[in-house]
Design a protein around this ligand. Sequence first.
Ligand SMILES: Cc1cc2nc3c(=O)[nH]c(=O)nc-3n(C[C@H](O)[C@H](O)[C@H](O)COP(=O)(O)OP(=O)(O)OC[C@H]3O[C@@H](n4cnc5c(N)ncnc54)[C@H](O)[C@@H]3O)c2cc1C
Length: 414
Amino acid sequence: MNSASYECDVLIFGCGISGLWLLNSLSKAGYSVIALEAHSIGAGQTIACQGVIHSGLKYTCAHAPAKLGQHLAAMPAVWRHCLAGDGPLDLRGVSLRSRTNRFWSDEPLDAAIEAYAKQTGCSRSAEPVVDSGAGIPVASYSYRVDEPIFDVPSVLSALAEDYRERIWLYDPAELALLKGRDGAVTEVHLSRRRVRILPRTVILAAGAGIPFLRHRLNLNPLPIQLRPLDMVLLAGALPEVYGNYFRKGRQQVAITAVTSKLDQPVWLLGGDISEDRSYRSGSERIRGAGELLQEVIPGFQPHRFLWSTYFISRFEPAARSSARPDDATVVAETNVMTVWPAKFGLTPRLAEKVHALLPKPAGISSVLHRPGDVETPRVAPCPWDRFEWQHYDGAEFSAQSKGKTHAALSAGRW
Ligand SMILES: Cc1cc2nc3c(=O)[nH]c(=O)nc-3n(C[C@H](O)[C@H](O)[C@H](O)COP(=O)(O)OP(=O)(O)OC[C@H]3O[C@@H](n4cnc5c(N)ncnc54)[C@H](O)[C@@H]3O)c2cc1C
């Protein structure tokens, strides 16, 4: 049986935020694009992420001004334009969890905010506010910061929606490639499905899958770094809170609220509490998080909630001068680009860099139908819907049924 052939301007590997954003923005610019996904949409870093469109201010407040901060400064406005339907992509159907973020601190952050404003021109990005109400860290200083927080699954669903025919689930084990004399990738075969793709450009946007793909493409390994995170989760009757708590110039904890598929409030805790490698177990880390929240939130009683942790590594190009990459990165070799956004929020900047390097569209028809035996992948399940919960004292929580879990979570009171 002959293979079915598909010609395209761009073949993207990976459908996290970078692959999906590129699929949308390149298609909108007239490129014919196919995206191959090995697992599920957003599996890996994107679905695990807190969805904050950082302005970069946190680096200045943490006494670690970074070049990355300067690039981030423009991003909240870009994403807001997308939400309003007049940005590089139309995200009007997407859910926003919060229009702003909070910075709480035991010491004034005014000097850091001023330094940040001078560096970036974002003078109105942070304003002092007086916070009151249950569930909010009581700090001497509180600021409202212009950083929208997105519901990540809704961003992924919206970006996949119009391109279902172009997002193909495949098994990397069936991948075979042909290269021309100049090293350019000329054909990509999905052998089991008898599909032959003829791309003009290949983009590797596969996060942790990039080393495998570069190996299959016979490209030299690129220096990469992993930054491990053990995110802490708590579930129960929690108020909707978004913010970063700073003490002595360190971001102790970053709180974002999400809702589980059982419609229960969950807090994700990032920042130092998730990065500290000195905790020897999940239970120890949970105790550390509970003690911190008890110190900063009046009346907080950790044993009233169910707790969990999930492990995920940030997967990035190795940073030379600081702990993190300075910018979104595109490495171009022959007709292959390897891309990392560095941050969820920086994806529009990554897309600009890719657009600048691509040859013009070849005028290949953008009407395309998925091969019959190729499925469109689903959006990955959220970590807070997958993980086992435990009581604060470390005892395992086993739910016999959804109803029981629901009742147990609802019982959590402030
Ligand atoms: C816990 C956590 C919290 C974060 N919070 C924030 C935040 O609040 N704000 C922010 O700006 N950034 C945040 N980040 C960073 C952000 O999540 C990442 O920079 C971004 O999601 C990376 O997206 P990506 O599409 O490049 O990679 P990924 O999200 O890792 O996506 C890679 C995709 O490629 C697929 N894939 C893997 N192997 C293959 C293969 N061989 N072939 C085809 N497909 C493959 C995967 O299944 C996946 O769909 C956070 C990161 C973590 C880990």
